[in-house]
Design a protein around this ligand. Structure first.
Ligand code: KIV
Length: 271
C-alpha cells in the first residue's frame, strides 16, 4: 500500500531510505491531471513529466522539439491533482546549455510545481548539477541512452556494451553523484553494468531497460497500458493492461510487480 499522501509527500530522503532498506522505488510518467491523480493514489512514488511527451502526445519523431512552455503546461496539470508523489520534470533539449539558462529554467520548473529536475548527459552535466544542487534544487542525472542526443548517438540503441564505454559510464555515475545529483536514471544499459553502477553510488538509481538490479523502475504510462504508435514495443516495455481489466488495476499491477521484483524480468533486460 502506498505510503504517500498530500500530508506526507515523498521526498528525496524517502527515496534514499528506500535504497538503504532495499525497497524498490516505483516511477511512472504522467502528463495530465487524471493520470497524476490515479498514479499518486496508487503508490507511484515518483511521477515524471517527461519530454517523451514530444513523441507520445505531440507526434514528433524525437524529444528535441519539446519546449520549456510544453513541460510547464503539463507539469502544472500534473501538480494540481498529485496526492503526494515526488514530481520530477524534464529539462528539455538545450534548456541547460549555459549556466544562466540552467538556473533560470530549473527555477521555472520548480516554481511550476516540480520537486526535482532531470538533465540528460554525461560528465558535461556535472557543472549544471553542481550549480543546481548548491542552490537547493534536486537533480536526477539521466545517463546511458539519452534521447536528446539521438542524432549524435545514431539511434535508440543500448549503451555501454563496449567495456571502455561501460567503464566510462561507471566513472561518470560517480562524478555526477559527487557533483550533487540526488538520483541517477539509467536508460538502456546491460543488466550487469546497471547493477555495478547501482552498487558504486549511494544515491538511488532508477532504470528503464536497465534490468532488475537497480533501486527502482520507470516506465512511460502509455507503454504500460499498451498504447503505442510503434510497430513493436521496446524490449523493456510490458503492457500491464493485458492482465488487468482497468487502467487503475494495470497501474496497481505495475506497482506491485516492481515492489515484488517480478518486473522487469530477464525478457525485459539487455545482456
Ligand atoms: O521523457 C521520459 O519519459 C523519460 C523516460 C523514458 C525515462 O525520460
Amino acid at each position: 500500500m502506498s505510503i504517500q499522501s498530500q500530508s506526507n509527500p515523498i521526498t528525496i530522503s524517502h527515496l534514499n531510505d528506500m535504497k538503504t532498506r532495499g525497497e524498490k522505488i516505483v516511477c511512472l510518467t504522467a502528463y495530465d491531471a487524471t493520470f497524476s491523480a490515479i498514479e499518486s493514489l496508487n503508490g507511484v512514488e515518483v511521477i515524471l513529466v517527461g519530454d517523451s511527451l514530444g513523441m507520445i502526445l505531440q507526434g514528433h519523431d524525437s524529444t528535441l522539439p519539446v519546449t520549456m512552455e510544453d513541460i510547464i503546461y503539463h507539469l502544472a496539470n500534473v501538480k494540481r491533482t498529485n496526492r503526494g508523489s515526488l514530481i520530477m520534470a524534464d529539462m528539455p533539449f538545450m534548456s541547460y546549455a549555459s549556466e544562466e539558462q540552467t538556473l533560470e529554467n530549473a527555477a521555472s520548473l520548480m516554481r511550476a510545481g516540480a520537486n526535482c529536475v532531470k538533465l540528460e548527459g554525461t560528465a558535461w552535466i556535472g557543472k549544471s548539477t553542481e550549480l543546481l544542487a548548491e542552490r537547493g534544487i534536486p537533480v536526477c542525472a539521466h545517463m546511458g541512452l539519452t534521447p536528446q542526443s539521438v542524432n549524435r548517438i545514431g539511434g535508440y540503441i543500448v549503451q555501454g556494451r563496449d567495456p571502455n564505454k561501460a567503464e566510462e559510464l561507471i566513472q561518470e555515475a560517480k562524478l555526477l553523484e559527487n557533483s550533487g545529483a540526488s538520483i541517477l536514471l539509467l536508460e538502456c544499459v546491460p543488466r550487469e553494468l546497471a547493477k555495478t553502477i547501482c552498487e558504486s553510488v549511494e544515491i538511488p538509481v532508477i532504470g528503464i531497460g536497465a534490468g532488475p538490479d537497480v533501486d527502482g523502475q520507470i516506465m512511460v504510462i502509455y507503454d504500460l497500458i499498451g498504447i503505442t504508435q510503434m510497430e513493436k514495443a521496446p524490449k523493456f516495455v510490458k503492457n500491464f493492461l493485458l492482465e488487468n481489466n482497468s487502467i487503475e488495476s494495470a497501474i496497481d499491477g505495475y506497482v506491485k510487480a516492481v515492489k515484488e521484483k517480478t518486473f522487469p524480468g530477464a525478457e525485459h533486460s539487455f545482456e
